[in-house]
Design a protein around this ligand. Structure first.
Ligand SMILES: [Zn+2]
Length: 265
């Protein structure tokens, strides 16, 4: 699926913190931290740091899940605890996150020690946030602060693109529904294979390594057509293990509560 027309997307999934890049040794950290304290230079702006951060997040902004490195959305190295207030952490690996310009511009020097927000490498966003009608809602104060600092329901940049993604997913499901009707009529194996492959691609576009995976999963699992198509595929025994694995993987990362997944049995 191609979401190039979407400028800003959705957030946010739990990301496993990777190992620090080999070049960022304890000695190097000390040297760069001293340099920063003396000169305030951009000592974190190293290609090996940026590459390791992009690898960690599947090339996505850690907060809004936009794809970095495309459409002039370049990676900025985010200091979760702001470097202006906590210079000791200026190149501390656990404090660095990959982020887009929009999110960096909003978070600025927000003091995350005094007023914590979600760090997706430490905290699972699903515990604090949920999504309804393409808007994020907080489950507690941490979720509330995160939504407000990062403007996660910002109309032009986040909310409207989410609705467009929802619409795209819904029209794909509509077209799959038409395949189902055709297969019911002609029982063609070729058509069945086509349906399997289209469903496979749809679920792939909702995986955690895909851009805007949170909103894609939400739109998919909110749509009744999805359950009807899945139900049909199970009945005619073309819902296979690969599809189940992809579905489970979406659910493991999406902000959809398990209880919201409608039973198809
Ligand atoms: Zn972002």
């Amino acid at each position: 699926m191609n979401f190039n027309w979407v400028h800003w997307g959705d957030k946010m999934i739990k990301v496993e913190r990777s190992e620090a890049p080999a070049k960022l040794t304890a000695e190097k950290v000390k040297e760069l931290t001293e340099e920063y304290k003396k000169t305030e230079k951009n000592v974190w702006n190293q290609d090996y740091i940026k590459k390791a951060l992009l690898d960690m997040s599947n090339n996505k902004c850690i907060f809004c899940e936009c794809r970095l490195g495309e459409e002039s959305k370049y990676i900025e190295v985010e200091h979760f605890h702001p470097k202006s207030k906590y210079p000791e952490e200026v190149v501390e690996w656990e404090n660095l996150l990959p982020i887009c310009k929009r999110c960096n511009g909003l978070k600025r020097d927000h003091d995350t020690k005094l007023e914590p927000i979600i760090n997706p490498t430490l905290i699972d966003p699903r515990k604090h946030l949920t999504i309804k009608k393409f808007r994020f809602f907080s489950k507690d104060d941490l979720g509330k602060k995160t939504i407000s600092v990062l403007c996660l329901n910002d109309s032009d940049r986040l909310f409207l693109p989410r609705v467009k993604i929802g619409d795209a997913i819904s029209s794909i499901l509509d077209s799959l529904g038409k395949w189902v009707d055709k297969i019911k009529f002609d029982h063609s194996v070729e058509d069945q294979n086509e349906l399997i492959s289209k469903m496979y691609n749809l679920l792939k576009s909702c995986q955690p390594n895909a851009e805007y995976s949170t909103i894609c999963s939400y739109a998919l699992f909110e749509d009744d057509n999805y359950y009807e198509i899945k139900n049909f595929m199970q009945q005619v025994k073309i819902w296979d293990e690969d599809l189940s694995r992809l579905e489970t993987n979406c659910l493991n990362y999406s902000l959809i509560e398990y209880g919201h997944l409608k039973s198809t049995v």
